[in-house]
Structures are given as structure tokens and as C-alpha cells.
Design a protein around this ligand. Structure first.
Ligand code: UDP
Length: 346
């Protein structure tokens, strides 16, 4: 039997590229679809170095039914789709809500249409812990926790997409797994692929590594008066390669006939770390001093959220393996690599 073909939308992106590496390592044949709206074509070269061959890749927008149809019709035996491609910036979604609904919901509908048309049955969808909104303080969220009203159009698109997929799975043509990611950080252990934020990073870890390397003058910790042990926000930081591996497990899970038609899994470590703890861990792991200050709270930040990962652990057979230190060291290695190859992000 040949290698199973998996369409990976957003395969040049941060989580997508790491998943491509894991797919190849597990005997799959990824077909990357990406329009490079928030990623770089160079990622395909770096993937080639890592996996030893040039991955098949198509530069197209997943909302473009005709172009995507060609990918499906040119490959008669697609085993599944992993749908990463989406707009993902919370703040930007407040400014451009229509673009977020248009892109994130339309691309899913195009994919579902094509899956049905070409009899492709298995879908893994990138969801987010943002669907839990603001949980009650100190509560680890589980898959059956209440979904609170979304704080942003971005979060709302994830809820809408989850609901669409859940309804569609009822028709017996499609089986899906909805993976609710917590906070992915770090980079492939080789340092050859990683996160590539365009412009000033919104996320904590790229901001830390850019500060450490001198691209940013200092990190601002957004508030230290939250109701947490050290006053800073708590999140569940998960190594991106662990997160990538969850997609392999999800494909296995969907492939087993007995399993539920639409499964939902939290993909997190199950541990919460504060912003201050992340900064301290980075300083300790790299033996560097980070320039930082305490600033105002950031609008819309949830005080504390981390995963109950028991369902993923027991049902999916997946567990996060890498530590916070390992994750931060890999992010640093990636930042150093970007400097070594003189890759400019803006
Ligand atoms: N954060 C911070 N300074 C920054 C970026 C982020 O203090 O420059 C904090 C932010 O307030 C949050 C945590 O780091 O508590 C994680 O933020 P990020 O944007 O990475 O992920 P989010 O959980 O908001 O999706």
C-alpha cells in the first residue's frame, strides 16, 4: 500500500509546517496548500532540507473552489484533510471582522464541499481554546466545559466552524476531529523551521526571543495584578512538535471505524504557567538576562486558562512530552538560525 495522501491547508504556516514533518515521519504523503498570506515560500525550501525531498505544494487560496478542486481531482486517492489555513490574529479580527468570517468560514465550506464531492472522509480541524472564552478562575477547561461567548470575531469563527463540522458529520460522509489548541511555542529541534511573525509579534515567546536577540528593545509584560500567584496571566504553553503529533493521533483515531464521528480534543500540556514563569524559564535556560518591564493589561486577555488534557491522554493516546525549558530553548535556537541565515521578517 502506498503512502496515504493528506491535504494540509496552511502547510507552510507555523503549526502546519511542523505537522508536515511529522506526517512524513509517520509514513504519510502531505500535499501542502498555502497562499502565503501569513507565511513564506522559503518554508518549502526549509522543509525540503528537513524531510529530504521537496514536498508537493500548491500556492492557492482555500476559498478558491476551482483552484482547490484541481488539487482534489488531480489526486484520486486523498485520505484526508488537515485544515490549518485561517486568519488567526485576535486584535486584527476586531478591526476586520468581515474578512475573518469570510476567510475562515468560506474556506471550510469550500473544503467540506470538495471532500463530499471527491469522497474524502477524514478531516482534522484546527480549533482553539479561545472557544472557552473566559473560564471561571482557576478552572482547567475540559472538552465538555461550557463554551462562553467569544471575545473576538476570530474566536467566533472557530465556534462557527466547529458547529458546521459537527452538523456535517451527522450525514455519515465525513468524520472529523476538532483539535482545540492551547498556546503553541517553540520550534523544530533542528532550528530549521519555526514561528515567523510578520511585523511586531503579538505572541509572548517570539517577543521574548526577538528581545533577547536585539530586534526589540524590551518585552512588556501585560499586567501583574491578575488574581494569580504572581499576578501575571496563566496559559498552557505547548511545544509545537507535540502539537503537530496530535494531528497524527487524530488521523489514526478518525480512521478507526468504532470511534465517534466528530471528536473534540484539548491539545495542551495540562499545566499552567504564568508570563513571569515563562520569562524566568527563558532566562534560566539560555543563561541570558531579558530586558522587560511591567505594563498595562492588554484588552481582552483572559486571566488564566489551561487544559484538562485527560481526554487526549486516554482516548487519543497523546501526551505532551517536551518541557517548557525545551520549548523555549528550541525557540531560541530558531531565532539564532534566522539571524544566521539573515532572514528578514519585515
Ligand atoms: N504577553 C505579554 N507580553 C507580550 C505578549 C504577550 O505579557 O508582549 C502575555 C499575554 O498578556 C498573555 C500571554 O503572554 O497573558 C500569552 O499571550 P499570547 O498573545 O502569546 O497568547 P494568547 O494566550 O493571548 O493567545
Amino acid at each position: 500500500m502506498g503512502r496515504k495522501k493528506i491535504i494540509v491547508t496552511g502547510g507552510a504556516g507555523y503549526i502546519g509546517s511542523h505537522t508536515v514533518v511529522e506526517l512524513v515521519a509517520h509514513g504519510y504523503d502531505p500535499i501542502i496548500v498555502d497562499n502565503y498570506s501569513n507565511s513564506f515560500p522559503e518554508v518549502i525550501d526549509w522543509l525540503e532540507e528537513l524531510i529530504g525531498f521537496r514536498p508537493i505544494n500548491h500556492n492557492l487560496d482555500c476559498c478558491d473552489y476551482d483552484s482547490l478542486k484541481k488539487v482534489f481531482s488531480d489526486n484520486s486517492d486523498i485520505a484526508g484533510v488537515i485544515h490549518f489555513a485561517a486568519y488567526k490574529a485576535v486584535g486584527e479580527s476586531m478591526e476586520k471582522p468581515i474578512a475573518y468570517y469570510q476567510n475562515n468560514v468560506n474556506s471550510l465550506l469550500v473544503i467540506l464541499n470538495l471532500m463530499e464531492e471527491f469522497n474524502v472522509k477524514h478531516l482534522v480541524f484546527s480549533s482553539s481554546c479561545t472557544v472557552y472564552g473566559t473560564p471561571d478562575n482557576g478552572i482547567q477547561v475540559a472538552e465538555n466545559s461550557e463554551l462562553k461567548p467569544p471575545a473576538s470575531p476570530y474566536g467566533h469563527t472557530k465556534i462557527i466552524c466547529e458547529e458546521i463540522i459537527q452538523n456535517v458529520c451527522g450525514n455519515d460522509k465525513i468524520k472529523a476531529s476538532l483539535l482545540r489548541y492551547f498556546n503553541p511555542i517553540g520550534a523544530h529541534r533542528s532550528g530549521k523551521i519555526g514561528e515567523l511573525p510578520i511585523g511586531k509579534p503579538n505572541n509572548l515567546v517570539p517577543f521574548i526571543t526577538q528581545t533577547a536577540i536585539g530586534i526589540r528593545e524590551k518585552l512588556t509584560i501585560f499586567g501583574n495584578t491578575y488574581n494569580t500567584p504572581d499576578g501575571t496571566n496563566i496559559r498552557d504553553y505547548i511545544h509545537v512538535s507535540d502539537l503537530a503529533n496530535a494531528h497524527i493521533k487524530a488521523l489514526d483515531y478518525i480512521g478507526n471505524k468504532q470511534n465517534e464521528k466528530c471528536s473534540i480534543f484539548n491539545i495542551g500540556t495540562g499545566n499552567g504557567n504564568s508570563v513571569k514563569e515563562v520569562v524566568d524559564a527563558f532566562e534560566k535556560a539560555t543563561e541570558m538576562k531579558l530586558n522587560y518591564q511591567i505594563g498595562e493589561k492588554r484588552a481582552g486577555d483572559v486571566e488564566a486558562i489551561y487544559a484538562n488534557a485527560q481526554k487526549s491522554n486516554s482516548i487519543l493516546g497523546w501526551t505532551a512530552e517536551r518541557t517548557l525549558e525545551e520549548s523555549l530553548l528550541s525557540a531560541w535556537k530558531w531565532q539564532l538560525n534566522l539571524k544566521a541565515i539573515d532572514f528578514k521578517l519585515d
